[in-house]
Design a protein around this ligand. Sequence first.
Ligand code: PBG
Length: 326
Amino acid sequence: MKTFQIDQRPRRNRQTASIRSMVRETRLHPSDFILPLFLVDGQEKQVPIESMPGCFRLSPDLVVKECREAHQLEIPAVALFPALPDLLKDKAASESTNPDGLLQQTIRQIKNAVPEITVITDVAMDPYSIDGHDGLVQDGEILNDATLEILVEMAVSQAEAGTDIIAPSDMMDGRVGAIRQGLDQHGYTRVGILAYSAKYASAFYGPFRDALDSEPRSGDKKTYQMDPANRREAVREILLDIDQGADMVMVKPAVIYLDVIAEIKARTNLPVVAYNVSGEYAMIKSADRLGWLDGEAAMIEMLTAIKRSGADIILTYFAKEIAKLC
Ligand code: PBG
């Protein structure tokens, strides 16, 4: 057999599982993940979400159970999303500041039962808005500054209930600064802000909107969420949020925006969070169910790629599944 003179043979570093594990550049750990949870009013209630196989809307008692399990799996944090009946929705999202609202009650129960787990709560009007928009709608327009007032009250109400981190997901201008000020004025300097800084107007949020029944009733979100074609604008948004006091910044979605994650990582020393969104989850789950690919292997590859691109933390519906494997 002829041997060629080849100076560099990269395959040497790939020849056994033990060598591959030694030279591996990216490792996943349960502490990399945030587990999103959907809330629904009631007791022992578990409503499947059809477009997100394996995900449920859970009543507060079952949410607490999930938090216990997440904590045992070494997942450090959960992100909460309340699903409300239309009856409780209005134009001004007034239910969002109800001290006994579903979200506020659930925060308190989690903090009592599993104080070690970090609770992250979304600030945006859409779960509470009859218009299904993240901001206040007037004559078909989303009002920026009038929305800020509501968002600040919402954030303070969540802080009062005991949340650890506020995550504004609305994309209004100036929200991070306004929320920081509002929290500080009310004595909540300890409450952090995870800013959904580069949040794109994406078709990949479809299953999430099913889960919360929060599809916009008219129009779309393109006047506030970012154009998927833009990368430099993501840098602008992130720098603005950092300037206004964000503690962590987020890119959303994750998998089809790895270039944005890499760029943001290079531009900031703050922790970079990536949101592996509902559509990205549903794609793998549905293909797996059809037998078209190996869902577990695809999940590991997808999450590894997100981390490899520069994400420090990944918000993902796969959190429990992956935590059990790593
Ligand atoms: C609401 C919000 C959305 C998501 C998180 N917070 C939907 C939207 O902006 O329409 C999407 C999450 C997902 O798709 O997994 N502000």
